[in-house]
Design a protein around this ligand. Structure first.
Ligand code: S3P
Length: 440
């Protein structure tokens, strides 16, 4: 991968079978719960991306022993809790890492200072600090709840918290704090979000109750429950699998299989939407692994039509809107994505970044405060022009999405800062090249 930039050139069909890297959400959680637990946690298939490696470093700083055994296998020996770190914790680019770790750390009598890269230092932490403050944690931070910040934990009291925004990170931070709070912590989510924290807490021996009630999903956890080290198998990340799959769908003659993809229904909104657009997307070998549904996903080149994505589907595909916008560019007619204001506070403002990048490649786009409309170019075999040099603002998914766009376009598409791709998808260029893509 060149440091100066990366370029995707249009070419022939993509064919082959690949494995997506390990799921990022599950990888972060396996490190954090492994460090909170007593005893040994063996992890297989960990995503060895920069984000998760930052979380691994943080867990060492909080007192766990963390060892790489090679080939995605890791051993975490937890001390049954966190001790005070001796230095600043740098979470790199990882919003999930810092927010979940702050939640977990809040339960212990310690002070910890967190920072991150330019993108992470610009992202709102108030959404996590507010509930942690209500439970008894305190902090000092930059204006607007920005990093760096110092959090002081310990002496927490459980509470019931209704999520103001659909965020699995906030839910998880509150639940992890609740592990060491007096009483029963409850999180109410009006719209269910990914439930990996709940599932994994159970795998570590904690009791978590989930009930769907009239006002949303209630997740309850009693404080003071011990966690015991366990074995975790990390499935392939559907958010990463999305890139080779959409590449196959938009490139004539292609057929690509991504093996072992996590198919938790709270993560599969993109696959549902692509099927509604007419994509030939099938699941083979559906099975259960480590308490999660997984399967091999097969994508073939397909004629797509634009759709209106139901806003309530957003939590199940929140990281996939950039690559959906790319598929939409190759569809016939407009694809309307609304209720996605959360995209503005991701690693970059993803609504703005996609609107600018697609426009630079000749795609019709309309930006709304909480939405994006992409007008597909498929009519009368009219292809996407491409040809842009896309500024990614250091956002891995913006970079990968535009590189995929370039594979079917008339002219090559280049992106700046490709190094950021390694936060979630190390080896992206090589994996795509193995399928026949011209990305260098
Ligand atoms: C994640 C939750 C989502 C998602 C992020 C991973 C998680 O963030 O965008 O990439 O692992 O809990 P929000 O909770 O902010 O929606």
């Amino acid at each position: 991968m060149s440091e100066a930039g990366m370029k995707a050139r249009p070419g022939g069909p993509l064919r082959g079978r690949v494995r997506a890297p390990g799921d990022k959400s599950i990888s972060h959680r396996s490190m954090i719960l492994g460090a909170l637990a007593s005893g040994v946690t063996e992890i297989e298939g960990l995503l060895e991306g920069d984000d998760v490696l930052a979380t691994a470093g943080a867990m060492r700083a909080f007192g766990a022993q963390v060892e790489s055994l090679g080939g995605g296998r890791w051993r975490v020996t937890g001390a049954g809790g966190f001790s005070e770190p001796a230095d600043v914790i740098d979470c790199g680019n990882a919003g999930t890492g810092v927010r979940l770790i702050m939640g977990a750390a809040a339960g212990f009598t310690l002070a910890a200072t967190f920072t991150g890269d330019r993108s992470l230092r610009g992202r709102p932490m108030n959404r996590v600090l507010k509930p942690l403050g209500q439970m008894g944690a305190s902090w000092i931070c930059r204006e607007g709840g920005r990093l760096p910040l110092t959090l002081r934990g310990g002496g927490l009291t459980a509470m019931s918290y209704r999520l103001p925004e659909p965020s699995a990170q906030v839910k998880s931070a509150v639940l992890l704090a609740g592990l060491n709070a007096a009483g029963v912590t409850e999180v109410i989510e009006p719209e269910p979000t990914r439930d990996h924290t709940e599932r994994m807490l159970r795998a570590f021996g904690a009791r978590v109750d989930v009930a769907d009630e009239a006002d949303g999903r209630h997740v309850r956890l009693a404080g003071g429950q011990p966690l015991t080290g366990t074995r975790i198998v990390v499935p392939g990340d559907p958010s990463s699998a999305a890139f080779p799959l959409v590449a196959a769908i938009i490139t004539p003659g292609s057929e690509v299989t991504v093996e072992g993809v996590l198919l938790n229904p709270l993560r599969t909104g993109l696959f549902e939407t692509l099927r509604e657009m007419g994509a030939d997307l099938t699941i083979e070998n559906a099975r259960e692994e480590g308490g999660e549904q997984v399967g091999d996903v097969v994508a073939r080149h397909s004629a797509l039509k634009g759709v209106a994505v139901p806003p309530e589907r957003a939590p199940s595909m929140i990281d996939e809107y950039p690559i959906l916008a790319v598929a939409a560019a190759y569809a016939e007619g407009p694809t309307v994505m609304r209720g996605i204001g959360e995209l503005r506070v991701k690693e970059s403002d993803r609504i703005a970044m996609m609107a600018q990048g697609l426009a630079a490649c000749g795609v019709g786009v309309e930006e709304e405060p909480e939405g994006l409309i992409v007008v597909g170019a498929a009519r009368a075999n009219h292809a996407v022009r491409g040809g842009g040099l896309v500024r990614t603002h250091g956002d891995h998914r913006i970079a990968m999405s535009h590189l995929i766009l370039g594979l079917g376009a008339d002219e090559a598409v280049a992106v700046d800062e490709p190094g950021m791709i390694a936060t979630s998808f190390p080896g992206f260029g090589a994996l795509m090249a193995g399928l026949g893509a011209d990305i260098v």
